[in-house]
Design a protein around this ligand. Structure first.
Ligand SMILES: Cc1cc2nc3c(=O)[nH]c(=O)nc-3n(C[C@H](O)[C@H](O)[C@H](O)COP(=O)(O)OP(=O)(O)OC[C@H]3O[C@@H](n4cnc5c(N)ncnc54)[C@H](O)[C@@H]3O)c2cc1C
Length: 397
């Protein structure tokens, strides 16, 4: 790679996607800059359900001991509750790996991943916001980073947008094209003491206009994360406690498990704009990974898995480029897009079909009753939200 570049790869965003890509690339000798706008550890709005397949990624990332040193809760099933309290269970074992999901705060998980990226050799900047892209001949050739009131310019032939749902870099590249949609949904999260969530379960509650998840995390606390319609949130004066009481607790099971719950952290809230896939290469030299590439429905509990997986996928294709077997940036984008679609498109399609049920309590109740009749049907649908079988995945990655 040309010495005129400061780095081989620049990564904006130090969530699971950015850290995964940085660790895989740096351990293979690439010169990596990772710029994260926050100082870690930081709280993050998320269900904090770490799907069982993430264990394989933690192994490949060399971070298993660090994750377990945070004492995550072990989650052996996800139980979906209709408004009236009917339930259906999906065992974590159906997702393979070691068959156990983990409950761990994003503050702990993300900080450990970012630290590992630095240990692996990536140059990690915190409190460092990527504010602009540098173009040369219509190709992205670097970024502007603002840190402590100072702006610096860094150059690399490949830049990864790992800034999550904000897609900060992709939006800049698509400046003329992307419209901001009016957000129809609002998500909230806080940690609680004294819930009565079942041990080892991630409980999902459906109610009018949304759904929420409650599960154990480290230190004997529970994480409550839920999505409600913007209309209902406005009707509750945007007061999270009121939304819990008047909307989430329409679900009988939620009303029971949250009866004596006490919030231990401030509420976090974000608006949600759009699910599904975005552009994978919004400009020459710029690839998207994690939520910046696709936002999968949270009830699948697989967003972090997709973030880790797409970070690794991008790192594999970029490594082939650095070693010369993928010859130029156009071929790099084409290979990444093909590998990404093959890996993720079918699960994104399954989730978009299930989305309607998730946001319509009547349909959710019928689905819970019907899926409750057959382990086989439940198993097939649960697997559909994950990676296709090996037989369907060619060796592009
Ligand atoms: C309500 C809700 C519940 C969810 N529950 C779950 C769940 O239980 N399990 C699960 O697996 N997934 C869940 N998800 C999805 C999961 O949170 C995401 O898929 C995952 O965080 C994506 O990781 P990422 O690295 O792509 O982005 P993020 O985790 O969003 O990380 C992006 C990082 O980029 C940084 N950044 C942003 N802009 C800039 C910039 N300009 N410069 C530098 N840094 C920048 C941010 O500070 C952030 O640290 C949930 C999502 C929502 C909305």
């Amino acid at each position: 790679m040309s010495a005129s570049f400061d780095y081989d790869v620049i990564i904006a965003g130090g969530g699971p996607a950015g850290s995964s890509a940085a660790i895989h690339l740096a351990t293979r000798g690439a010169r990596v800059l990772l710029a994260e706008q926050k100082k870690f550890p930081r709280a993050k709005l998320c269900g904090e359900f770490i799907s069982p397949e993430c264990a394989l990624h933690f192994e490949r990332l060399g971070i298993v001991d660090q994750i377990f040193s945070a004492r995550p809760a072990r989650l052996t099933e996800t139980v979906f509750y209709s408004r009236r309290g009917k339930s259906v269970s999906v065992p974590s074992a159906w997702f393979g790996a070691n068959g156990v999901a983990l409950g761990l705060s994003r503050a702990e998980m993300d900080a450990r991943l970012l630290r590992r990226a630095g240990d692996a050799g990536a140059h990690v900047l915190e409190d460092a916001q990527v504010t602009n892209l540098l173009f040369d001949d219509a190709a992205v050739r670097g970024v502007v980073v603002k840190q402590g009131g100072r702006e610096s310019r860094y150059h690399a032939p490949v830049t990864l947008d790992a800034t999550g749902r904000t897609r900060a870099l992709a939006r800049r590249a698509e400046r003329n094209g992307t419209k901001l949609h009016r957000a129809p949904l609002v998500a909230f999260k806080a940690h609680f003491a004294d819930t009565t969530v079942a041990a080892g379960a991630c409980e999902i509650y459906f109610y009018r206009g949304g759904y929420g998840g409650l599960s154990s995390i480290e230190n004997g606390l529970s994480n409550l994360c839920f999505i409600a319609s913007a209309r209902d949130v406005r009707a509750c004066g945007a007061d999270a406690e009121r939304v819990v009481r008047e909307v989430v607790c329409q679900n009988q099971r939620a009303a029971k498990t949250l009866r004596n719950a006490k919030a231990q952290t401030p509420w976090l809230a974000v608006t949600l704009e759009k699910f599904g896939r975005h552009k994978l290469s919004p400009a020459k030299g710029l690839l998207t990974i994690g939520d910046a590439a696709s936002f999968i429905d949270p009830f699948t509990g697989s967003g972090m898995l997709m973030a880790l997986e797409s970070g690794e996928l991008a790192a594999n294709v970029i490594s082939n480029h650095l070693s010369g077997s993928v010859k130029d940036i156009d071929e790099l984008s084409a290979k990444y897009k093909a590998a990404y679609k093959q890996r993720f498109d079918s699960r994104l399609r399954v989730c978009s079909l299930m989305r309607r049920a998730a946001f319509t309590p009547g349909i959710a109740a019928i689905a819970i009753r019907v899926f409750g009749l057959s382990d086989h049907v439940r198993h097939v649908i649960a697997r559909g939200t994950r990676r296709p079988s090996k037989a369907n995945v060619a060796s592009l990655d």
